[in-house]
Every structure is written in structure tokens, then in C-alpha cells.
Design a protein around this ligand. Structure first.
Ligand SMILES: C[S@@+](CC[C@H](N)C(=O)[O-])C[C@H]1O[C@@H](n2cnc3c(N)ncnc32)[C@H](O)[C@@H]1O
Length: 392
């Protein structure tokens, strides 16, 4: 493909990604993969170049652009090399009109800028930079020193005792260590969050919003496969992904429980009062994970955020009755917004007088209300809020 044809492909893809973000359709990565499936003539260099255009636009524009052309024309402002690719020849985009293109204003949507903590609001570039590749050593199968010796490209993560940081783009899934289940791809922030649960062998632990089980696997390793570990979620396909991952990791103790959204309390009735720990890794805005998922900014709006906050409170209320006396609720969101973190916990403490906040995350992050906030700006992890609440 010529460079201008690559640009045209990026414009077409951005059109599809913009519509999908607006209508809750497929993720950008899925749209890109589908696009190239039907265009076998595009080689790996073409794919890389097109992807780079697409993600440069997604990272630069906090607010969703109107069209793919508007996005790329905006990026071309002050970039004569890119502007020259609007050459009007076959398979390329037509020439830029006079004054066409508005440069991106901010990588953070205006309505969200005001809601971010000051530290993050002042450093939007760090929220949208490229994330390193972190892996967690699976204690069920290996020790960190042994894995570090086999991975000279890696370095121990600063906070998690199980983490190894690799250069961005490192092909870890092609490595024997991954195939053997000795390591799992997991951001250091997620690792710390799982460790904050302090799950131990013999305990009963419920991972209430388990998804595909990233944290469940970490909990199984902390529990050395002894005790009870229940992974629940309302989406079957997510729980289905957990099975092969658990097999690879040698995590044999996990029970899965599919919940019927809206009727979760009935589905969880048999677990009332049994849990030493309930982890609520709640659905959220994802404002802490823009480095990996920058397109999330184009999907979020104030109404969606409000709905997520209501769901978070609902799931906390489902979790509390599952705790035994002395049990701990660990509430977490991959968000930097106080409304989903500190405020959510403060409201939960008001609703549930049996809960008492405990210290979470020694040595990493900063205090945020009754919990701790990890941030890409100050901790070089994904952004996470986490709080430990003990039931009297
Ligand atoms: C942040 S994700 C969890 C990620 C997962 N813990 C991990 O480490 O990979 C939130 C999950 O909550 C699930 N969820 C949404 N509503 C729920 C509900 N009412 N009860 C339980 N889980 C729910 C979503 O399907 C989603 O998988």
C-alpha cells in the first residue's frame, strides 16, 4: 500500500471506530482485526502503519471526533508530512481543503478534566502514554528469581514482589514461560490489588466481579490452591475465558458462578455469611487504563458514568451480606475518579455501619478517602483505587 492508501485505510477505520464508540459497538482492536481479515493485500508493514495512524488519532483527541477524516486532518495541522499524504490520488484521501482540520484541544475530554484529581489533570500525557508490559510470576509454578534469570530483558517491578516489567511490545505469549503457566500478563497495579486482599490458604474467598479471572488467578496462587475460591460474574463469555487460563496456571481450586443480572442476591444466597474475603473489582469508567485502552474516553459520557456508579453501589450492597464476621470487603476500580473510588466507599460506610476501613496497600500509591489511589503519573501503574473494609 502507498503511504496515502495507508492513511485512507486509517480514515475508514476511524469512521467505524467512532460509530462503534458512540453506539457501544465493537472495540477498536476488533474493528482493525476484522478490517484486515478481508484485505489480505495489506502486509505487516501496512498494518503497522495504519494502526499507528489510528491510535495516534485516538490518543490525541479527548473528545470523539466527528469523522475519521476530521481526526486525521486535525492531526495533520502542523504536520506537513502527514498533510502531504492527503494527495487526492487513487486509494488516497482527497486533498485537504483550505483551513480544513482542527488540531486536537486536549487528550482528556473537557467534562472529565474537571473531575480528575489535580495531579492527573495536570499530566494528561502520562495517562495516555504507552504502558510497559508487566507480568506476574505464578507462585503455584515458579519463583520470581528463577523467572528473572530466564528473562534477561525484564526487571523486577518496584512494588509488587511478584512482578517483572518487560519492554513494551515484548512477545511474551510466544515464550515457554507463558505457555507453561509460570507467568501471567498483569499490570503491577492489578497485582497489588490482588495482594491487598491478603488471601491465604484455607480461606473462603469470593471474586464477585471476576470477569476473565485476572485477579482470580492471582488469588488462587496466594491461596496455594487450598480453601474455596468462587469466581462470579454476570457475563458467561467472560467466565468461560477463565477456564483455559486456570488450566494453564495450574489453579485447580476455582469454582465459577454465573449470576443473573438483577437477581444476583438470589444466586448468591448459598454464600451468605461464608466469606473471609469478597473482592469487588467493579465495572467502572476505566479512566485509570487509558494507556492500554485510550478509546474508552470516546465511549464514556456523564450518563454512562452515573449508571456505572449506581451499579458499583449495588454490587457493594450484594457483597456485604456474603462476609462472615471479621471478613473483609476489598473494593477496587480501575478509575482515578473520586466519585467511583473514595466517594463510593464513603457512601458504603454510611449505608453499612458494620464496615470499618482498614489500611490498604502499604508503600505504594497515595491516600484517597478511606482507600489508596495508584496512578500512572506517580506510580507508573494503571490507575486503581482500592479500599479494605472489615465487617465487625
Ligand atoms: C473490572 S471488570 C473485572 C475484571 C476482572 N476482575 C479481572 O481481573 O480481569 C468488572 C466485571 O464486573 C462484571 N459485572 C457487571 N455487573 C455485575 C454484577 N451485577 N455482578 C457481578 N459482576 C458484574 C462485568 O461483567 C465485568 O466482567
Amino acid at each position: 500500500m502507498t503511504p496515502s492508501a495507508q492513511l485512507m485505510a486509517a480514515i475508514e477505520l476511524l469512521d467505524a471506530i467512532i460509530v462503534a464508540a458512540q453506539d457501544g459497538g465493537a472495540a477498536a482492536d476488533t474493528i482493525i482485526a476484522r478490517y484486515f481479515k478481508t484485505r489480505r493485500y495489506a502486509g505487516s508493514k501496512d498494518r503497522r502503519a495504519v494502526r499507528e495512524h489510528v491510535y495516534a488519532a485516538i490518543r490525541a483527541f479527548g473528545a470523539r471526533p466527528k469523522t475519521g477524516r476530521a481526526a486525521m486532518a486535525g492531526l495533520a495541522v502542523g504536520n506537513p508530512e502527514l498533510a502531504a499524504l492527503f494527495d487526492g490520488v487513487a486509494h488516497g484521501p482527497k486533498k485537504l481543503g483550505k483551513n480544513e482540520g482542527t488540531a486536537p484541544v486536549s487528550p482528556v475530554p473537557e467534562w472529565l478534566q474537571k473531575r480528575l484529581p489535580e495531579i492527573e489533570a495536570k499530566a494528561p500525557a502520562a495517562l495516555l502514554g504507552r504502558a510497559p508490559l508487566d507480568v506476574r510470576v505464578n507462585r503455584l509454578k515458579a519463583e520470581r528469581d528463577e523467572v528473572l534469570a530466564a528473562l534477561p530483558e525484564g526487571a523486577a517491578t518496584p512494588h509488587s514482589p511478584l512482578g517483572i516489567r518487560l519492554p513494551e511490545g515484548f512477545a511474551i505469549e510466544a515464550h515457554d514461560l507463558w505457555a507453561e503457566g509460570k507467568i501471567e500478563i498483569q499490570d503491577e497495579g492489578s497485582q497489588l490489588l490482588a495482594l491487598t486482599c491478603k488471601a491465604r490458604p484455607g480461606m473462603t474467598v469470593i471474586d464477585l466481579c471476576a470477569g476473565a479471572g485476572g485477579k482470580t488467578l492471582a488469588l488462587a496462587a496466594e491461596m496455594a490452591n487450598e480453601g474455596r475460591l468462587i469466581a462470579s460474574d454476570t457475563v458467561r463469555s467472560r467466565l468461560d475465558h477463565l477456564k483455559p487460563r486456570a488450566e494453564r496456571a495450574g489453579a485447580t481450586m476455582i469454582e465459577t458462578k454465573l449470576l443473573d443480572g438483577g437477581h444476583e442476591a438470589e444466586d448468591l444466597a448459598d454464600l451468605k455469611g461464608v466469606a473471609d474475603i469478597v473482592l469487588v473489582d467493579a465495572p467502572c469508567s476505566g479512566t485509570g487504563t487509558w494507556r492500554r485502552n485510550p478509546e474508552a474516553r470516546w465511549r464514556l459520557n456523564a450518563r454512562r458514568l452515573e449508571a456505572l456508579q449506581a451499579l458499583q453501589a449495588h454490587i457493594i450492597d450484594l457483597a456485604v451480606p456474603l462476609l462472615k464476621p471479621g471478613g473483609v470487603l476489598v473494593y477496587a476500580v480501575c478509575s482515578l475518579l473520586e466519585s467511583e473510588g473514595a466517594d463510593q466507599v464513603s457512601a458504603a460506610l454510611t449505608r453499612h455501619s458494620s464496615l470499618l476501613p482498614q489500611t490498604s496497600l502499604d508503600g505504594a500509591g497515595r491516600r484517597s478517602g478511606a482507600g489508596t489511589l495508584l496512578s500512572p503519573v506517580t506510580d507508573q501503574t494503571d490507575g486503581f483505587f482500592v479500599a479494605r473494609l472489615k465487617k465487625a
